[in-house]
Design a protein around this ligand. Sequence first.
Ligand code: C5P
Length: 242
Amino acid sequence: MKLPSRPQDKIIIALDVPDTDGALRLIDSLSDQGQPPALCKIGLELFTAEGPSVVKAVKSRGCEIFLDLKFHDIPNTVAHAIKSAVGLGVAMTTLHAVGGPVMMEAAAQAANDAGGSDLLILAVTVLTSMDSAQLGSTGINVEPKEQVLRLARLASNAGIGGIVCSPLEITAIRESFSNSREALRIVTPGVRPTWAVAGDQKRVMTPAEAVQAGSDWLVIGRPITAAENPREAYAKVIAELA
Ligand code: C5P
């Protein structure tokens, strides 16, 4: 997937709604002179409720899809899920890096074999809901940051194109992957413009700060979707990135 150059193409709208009608209403409310958001994220809630038909419906509005289902299973199963994602024509999808190198290699290979070399597979490292105590309880006794870097390295070595990480991890990842040939794409949720409430996101940066730190795409939900005037909020974020 090509890196975005225009500010509006760096924003991924999180379609955190329960059904297709809600997703399409949200897209329409953000469309500017018939131009929909470039990229929309369909996650577990919406996909579990509506299935592949919601992907087709959102695509037919002219948006590219980030299918965020965070695959984590044996290599054969994940490889087939990736093949299905290629069949759906999505632009980005996710898997858990803790699935291991063989699982990630199988995923990257499956995308290529299915004619989806353009599909950007993103590895989720450590969920931002996990702190050191939570990690420790699963038997991983290192700081989250160290684990993030370890898993990002595994993903990169396995041929995975990018990672999802919190704004506060961007700089460490960029430093660790400074060699451009191994540059990972970075997608960042948890951004908050100064004029938006943080909600349950604790470790936040503004959209402009996250892009400056080296994020390629920003996943934004409530600061735009729950704003009094979503289109105005969307335009404000785009202006801040410009
Ligand atoms: O509304 P908000 O801007 O917080 O939405 C962010 C989106 O990114 C949600 O869809 C959320 O599930 C997702 N996300 C996140 N933190 C992660 C991974 C995904 O906020 N670590």
